[in-house]
Write a protein of this length. Sequence first.
Length: 276
Amino acid sequence: MEATTTSQCLNCGAGLVGVYCAECGQKAGHVNPTLHELLHELWHEVAHVDGKVFVTARHLLSRPGFLTLEYFAGRRAQYVRPLRLYLIFSVIYFGAMQLVPAGAGDRSGFNVTFNPSANATAADFQKQLESSGFKSQQEAKEATNQALLHYIPQAFFILVPFFALLVWLVTRRSGLNYPQHLYFALHVHAAAFAISAISQVAWFLPNAAAADWLRALGVLWMVCYVVLAFKRVYRTTVVGALWRTAVVGPIYMIAILATAITIGLGWLALRSGGLH
């Protein structure tokens, strides 16, 4: 026996007006759909989700600040939400970092080195490494870099709100509240992760000079992106956007560096009792 849709929501019992329940949001449909209906709905869901991601990503990268203004205006249904967009591109970026060729990490942003203290011999340093469970300095460095790649994404859940706070401080006359600055921060970070993920292609170039140029272009792209986003969202001049970027950028970079150092030292303290 086939059960069909009714005038009431099968989930909460509320009266239906249209395809979706106004109370719980469930879509009306057959309890026992035909194969054709099942395939049609599957295609619709996949195409809808993927299409939304692609449309959102296109606007994110090509029109700095546009998505933030769309969110402020309440036009949200056709775009991926800011937090989800941030998570998507952060996962893509840190996943891309895992694909970086061996040895490239020596020139990457997340990279640490170990050096013996002034009064320690090479033998003393080697003993310290071995007592901490490392066979060599290279092994200790690679393990710490992996720890950074593991914990830095979690640290950004604190860093992003801090970035929004910095933005609020330099745009206090904008009339926007902190949650709105946080939407701006999420969109900027999503774009930064996307641009950084694209820049990881540089590690696969055989020419080191060309790779350095590509990474430099990625950094320039991110800086220009933030300036244009400031200009569009906060309706300021180019000069106004530039000085705000010049204030927020260095402070935020210092905060990221300090966070990375804290994570690295904390991990080493737990792992080895302290390596210097």
